[in-house]
Write a protein that binds this ligand. Structure first.
Ligand code: NAD
Ligand code: 89Y
Length: 339
């Protein structure tokens, strides 16, 4: 499988390392409009052709998949270019700035018969996956309550300065992953109520969001996110999870500890991520999930099936993001059934 990567910035390095670890995948083209970033990426894919212009790269062709790792403002134009050139696409989250853009992108790729997957990797973190698997095994019975919590004081602005500059921050950037985990666990949501706050005066958007979701399955979940929480232990970038079911409870606690309690019996196990050879703590959790989601994409293409977070699926996660902002801005519950 021949891969072209557009956007060779902060996060794309993980994607490049991950492609290098996938049997049968080869990065044959790299593109970034910043020549310095392009040459840093070339160190990880020395045989790849290098471009500063995406249109030129598409015109030259020679690849089956384009992996788009640019920031949100360029996603629509690049995905539409990929559709025009009939290649499979992986696009980073958030898919687009608006739901209308996101729908247009999904329709453009769907019309070609190619696959579009949104790089929604948090549900593929090994600890989160252990919770998903335990819940789906039915051990705790029918779930009725869930909480997925991401609270940290980690300085994300150092590596990703653009996060301090947008009107929207934590829901669009991080909450999107946590909402996606809620969907992976409890299915689609029918209503959302959200509050937001900016605590850090040095940033433009909100750095705290608390969201209450009703799921069609009957579960009520709380998704709470903060980058203004200083506490020990600092848990970045762990998502902590609690689920109550009719037969017992599941908890993913700090330090990647999964506990399953049925009656008075508690079974606890370590579900820490593997530290891949190219990974660094504390990012190793996210880095491992990049490798896993890219492997999932390759496996799905080889088997002719849709990836879990394909374009159609991701429209539902993105609709939750839009609805969360609407709810917080208008101080009301938003019904998602008509969206
Ligand atoms: P970045 O700014 O460090 O890198 C983006 C790169 O894209 C830059 O080098 C820029 O020059 C290049 N670029 C932008 N538009 C381009 C275009 N039209 N043609 C060619 N090159 C172009 O950003 P980042 O922090 O690496 O984030 C990239 C994306 O990854 C964002 O959407 C972000 O939300 C996402 N991200 C995802 C995760 C995750 O866990 N899934 C983690 C961090 C970031
Ligand atoms: O951009 C974000 C993401 O997708 O995961 C964590 C992050 O890097 C900072 O919030």
């Amino acid at each position: 499988m021949k891969i072209a990567l557009i956007g060779c910035g902060f996060f794309a390095m993980n994607q490049l390392h991950a492609w290098n670890g996938i049997a049968g995948a080869e990065v044959v083209a790299l593109c970034d409009r910043d020549p310095e970033r392009l040459s840093l990426a070339a160190a990880l894919a020395p045989k790849a052709a290098a471009y500063t212009d995406a249109a030129e790269m598409f015109a030259a062709g020679g690849f089956d998949v384009v992996d788009i790792a640019t920031t949100v403002g360029s996603h629509r134009a690049l995905v539409e270019m990929a559709a025009a050139h009939q290649v499979h696409v992986i696009c980073q989250k958030p898919i687009a700035p608006t739901l209308a853009d996101a729908r247009a992108m999904v329709n453009a790729v769907d019309a070609t018969g190619k696959t579009l997957m949104i790089h929604e990797n948090f549900r593929w973190q090994s600890a989160v996956r252990a919770v998903i698997d335990a819940l789906r095994s039915g051990t705790i019975g029918e779930p009725f309550f869930g909480r997925i919590s991401f609270r940290s004081g980690y300085d994300v602005y150092a590596g990703q300065p653009y996060l301090a500059e947008g009107e929207r921050f934590i829901i669009e950037d991080l909450g999107i992953h946590i909402l996606d985990i809620a969907r992976a666990l409890f299915g689609d949501a029918t209503r959302i109520t959200a509050t937001t706050r900016r605590v850090n005066p040095a940033i433009k958007g909100e750095d705290v969001a608390t969201m209450l979701l009703d799921h069609a399955s009957g579960v009520t979940s709380v998704v709470d996110c903060s980058y203004a929480t200083r506490r020990s232990p600092e848990t970045f970038p762990e998502s902590l999870i609690e689920i109550d079911g009719t037969l017992g409870t599941l908890r993913l606690d700090a330090g990647y500890t999964l506990s399953v309690q049925i009656g008075d019996q508690v079974e606890t196990r370590d579900v820490s991520p593997t530290l891949l050879s190219w990974a660094d703590r504390p990012w190793h959790n996210i880095q491992e999930s990049v490798q896993i989601i890219q492997q999932h994409f390759v496996d799905c293409l080889n088997q002719g099936i849709a990836p879990e977070t394909d374009g159609q699926d991701n429209l539902k996660t993105f609709a939750l993001v839009e609805a969360a902002y609407l709810s917080a801005n208008e101080n009301r519950t938003v019904d998602l059934t008509g969206l």
